[in-house]
Design a protein. Structure first.
Length: 228
């Protein structure tokens, strides 16, 4: 059976963008953003695009919850949005097929998961091989799952942090693009740690999108990542 990806992978897209950067003809990176909640990481990316420090364009914001506050952030920035109902999300595969269709129609080159609380499946991963990016509020591979901040805090670690990685079929185990540590200060509360983690996220995520926009991210044969 032919198991080749249905679309160019990260390395092919990055090589093309690096070549365009060298010639000064680099178009904005077109991204689709997946959200489930408040959309603060989405806002961080919107702000960096608006101030000219990030050469990207958000072509579509997709929410797993019609009530997600992040949808208003997108609408206020003039970005097209899509919110799927619980009926569609009852079948994850069907949901991802709908999302993939709309993201492809919008021309997304990368998918950026920004507080998206659903696992992605083959309809997305096959069309964007190593081009679905996720952010996790811990230093992977430690403290995987939906409660990374709380799990690290309750374990009593002295250093935790933020990871940005490529998503794959195994939750929180795709190639790591970037990490930033956060020190757990003596006497720090869980809420204070969450605030510190989110502050780092809002800096690191736009930075990684910038690296992708400039064609600087390469996935090695051993599934590690090199930054040029």
């Amino acid at each position: 059976m032919d198991r080749r990806p249905l679309a160019p992978g990260n390395n092919e897209v990055q090589a093309a963008r690096a070549a365009a950067r060298e010639t000064g003809a680099l178009d904005p990176l077109k991204i689709g953003v997946l959200i489930s909640g408040s959309g603060t990481n989405l806002q961080a990316i919107i702000d960096r695009i608006a101030d000219g420090s990030l050469n990207a364009e958000i072509v579509l914001v997709v929410s797993s919850r019609p009530s997600a506050a992040g949808l208003k952030r997108a609408a206020d920035a003039g970005i097209q949005t899509l919110a799927l109902s619980k009926d569609i999300y009852a079948d994850p595969w069907d949901a991802d097929e709908v999302i993939a269709t709309e993201l492809k129609r919008a021309g997304a080159e990368y998918i950026v998961m920004a507080g998206y609380m659903r696992k992605v499946h083959e309809p997305l991963l096959a069309l964007w091989p190593d081009r679905v990016v996720n952010i996790h509020p811990a230093l992977l591979p430690s403290f995987q799952g939906a409660h990374g901040i709380q799990d690290a805090y309750e374990r009593g670690v002295k250093v935790t942090g933020v990871t940005v990685h490529f998503a794959n079929a195994v939750y929180d185990q795709g190639p790591i693009i970037a990490q930033e540590p956060v020190r757990v200060e003596e006497g720090m509360t869980l809420d204070e740690l969450e605030t510190a983690i989110h502050a780092v996220e809002h800096q690191l995520y736009p930075h990684v999108v910038k690296l992708l926009a400039e064609g600087r991210v390469h996935v090695n044969d051993d599934r590690t990542v090199s930054i040029s």
